[in-house]
Design a protein around this ligand. Structure first.
Ligand code: O7M
Length: 217
């Protein structure tokens, strides 16, 4: 993914026409569009190919299975036109390596969730986050997902993974995180959903975030 605006849209709408309209409006402000279960379950897998003309598509299926099943899932998602797939990391190194091997063969990206941005992530996930980050670096994944709601954790994760892997960070806006703070903490991209797609002017909302990021890089 090209590092330009440093903004990734999380397009969690469930209507095809709305998804297309928003994608058209914000295409100039985003480096990628992340789509996941809400939109794909509502419209079908072909939405991936349809939206890929506006921006590279990262498929957020938080894949979390045994190596063979992970590989089979990723195969289908890449075939549908996605440039990247998001996996959970807690399933361990072999599950991750199976997906990374396939992605490298197809020149695609795998991003690994370390610990999540919501409060409940403190129950179980945070304890595993640093180990997952190290595993993602060892497996040579393209990047990790780390929480904009806890920029200090992004800084810790950056120390663990070094500069080879990207950090993509959700939790900006609706969840209380700040785009500029998390970029300063070491994230490469922010993922923003509701603050953009629920805005009356999605393109202006996206531009505002891009401008805020520009001031700190
Ligand atoms: O900006 P929001 O809160 O409307 O949307 C954030 C998006 O990021 C939404 O699609 C979530 O599913 C996703 N997300 C998190 O909010 N927190 C996480 O820790 C991880 C993700 C995510 O994208 O995981 C890959």
């Amino acid at each position: 993914m090209e590092k330009n605006t440093r903004l990734i849209l999380a397009l969690d709408v469930t209507d095809r026409d709305e998804a297309i309209q928003i994608s058209e409006k914000v295409a100039g402000y985003v480096d990628a569009i992340k789509i996941g279960y809400p939109l794909v379950l509502a419209t079908g897998m072909d939405i991936i190919g349809q939206l890929s003309k506006y921006a590279p598509i990262i498929a957020d299926f938080k894949v979390a299975d045994i190596p063979n099943t992970n590989r089979l899932i990723c195969e289908q998602v890449f075939k549908a036109g996605a440039d990247g797939v998001i996996l959970q990391g807690f399933t361990g190194h072999d599950s991750l390596e199976a997906a990374v091997k396939l992605a490298k063969e197809q020149k695609k990206d795998i991003y690994v969730v370390t610990e999540m941005s919501h409060p409940g992530a403190l129950d179980f996930m945070q304890q595993a986050g640093e180990g997952i980050a190290k595993m993602a670096a060892d497996a040579k994944a393209s990047g990790v997902i780390a929480p904009a709601t806890r920029p200090e954790r992004v800084t810790e994760i950056r120390k663990i993974i070094g500069s080879e892997l990207s950090i993509i960070s959700p939790g900006v806006g609706a969840q209380g995180g700040s785009a500029s703070d998390v970029i300063k903490a070491g994230a490469d991209w922010v993922i923003v959903g509701r603050s953009i797609y629920q805005s009356n002017e999605p393109e202006m909302a996206a531009k505002k975030i891009v401008d805020e990021i520009k001031e700190v890089i």
